[in-house]
Design a protein around this ligand. Structure first.
Ligand code: PLP
Length: 299
């Protein structure tokens, strides 16, 4: 269904074909993106997403068209205009439009867009039963901390998972388990969480960061270290995290049942804690959301 679209400073709808054929996002994948969730027209963790967008743009030397308050004003206006109550906001910033050439001029005016999409978030049954994963080789580039629009390896890995009756692909490189094709990955072993450290092999998931904070506050130890693929045979629970899935238990990896085939105790606790955090974000008043939102745990 078509809805409101912010495009380079003006408001239109997704009916309008706005993008130039020589936009560098289209021609070169020269762009970064963000996705965040909204519930009852309130943005969830929008500041965390803005900060990651800003870091990604800096890393690839694209000017951020927004500062934090300008971004939040655009988000508020978008959510005032949307016809949906709940859904996701997709944001993309490319280097801009110009005659096709690998060399690009310095300081090109970026292309900035933002629009809403309806989204069916997982229901209680799905959140209890969890999802199936397959392992797949990590064929992505070496700067996975940048949320680049170049998602071909991710899309191919997810399609491979779907063809095998699974929901997500777990990307493995050099014998180490990195993350899901569109999610962060956690294992629970002996009451502790294990997840890949923040480096160029993974995206700094917004939910990952918040879940680590919630776990630490609940006195659950967190080891941020690479997990060898062989260790996938030795775990009590596993879950993925993402903006659209929240904390989602993993029922199977490559056809092997995880834990005792039921949602694990620690996964359940963290799922509830994260759901509560989203609910409290949703119920904040607009001024509070934009001005005194609790900062992310760390960069
Ligand atoms: N890792 C990858 C590769 C992703 O694409 C995503 C989300 O799209 C995530 C992790 C989860 O990030 P977030 O929690 O910010 O949604």
């Amino acid at each position: 269904m078509n809805d409101v679209l912010f495009f380079n400073g003006r408001w239109t709808t997704t009916d309008e074909r706005v993008l130039g054929v020589e936009d560098r996002g289209f021609q070169f994948g020269d762009a970064v993106y963000e996705v965040f969730k909204f519930l009852r027209k309130r943005p969830i963790l929008a500041i965390d997403h803005f900060r990651r967008l800003d870091r990604g743009l800096r890393e690839i030397d694209i000017r951020n068209p927004w500062n934090e308050s300008g971004f939040l004003r655009t988000v508020d206006e978008l959510l005032d205009r949307t016809i949906f109550d709940d859904g996701i906001v997709y944001i993309q910033v490319s280097r801009g439009e110009g005659e096709r050439a690998h060399f690009y001029p310095d300081n090109m005016p970026p292309t900035a867009l933002m629009y809403t999409r309806r989204f069916k978030f997982p229901d209680e049954v799905k959140k209890e039963l969890g999802i199936r994963l397959i392992t797949a080789p990590d064929l992505r580039w070496k700067q996975c901390q940048v949320k680049s629009v170049n998602l071909l390896p991710n899309a191919l890995a997810k399609k491979r998972a779907q063809r095998k009756g699974a929901d997500e692909a777990l990307l493995v490189g050099d014998g180490e388990v990195r993350e899901g094709a569109s999610s962060s990955f956690f294992v629970v072993r002996a009451g502790r969480l294990i997840t890949h450290p923040l480096d160029e092999h993974i995206l700094a998931g917004v939910v990952r960061d918040r879940v680590i904070g919630l776990a630490l506050a609940a006195k659950i130890r967190v080891d941020e270290r690479p997990l060898r693929e062989a260790e996938l045979f030795d775990m009590d629970e596993a879950f993925i995290t993402s903006t659209t899935m929240g904390v989602m238990p993993i029922a199977e990896i490559d056809g092997r049942v995880i834990g005792n085939s039921r949602r694990g105790e620690i996964t359940t606790r963290l799922q509830r804690l994260f759901d509560d955090l989203e609910m409290s974000e949703m119920s904040q008043q607009r001024r509070e959301t934009t001005v005194s939102d609790s900062p992310p745990r760390r960069r």
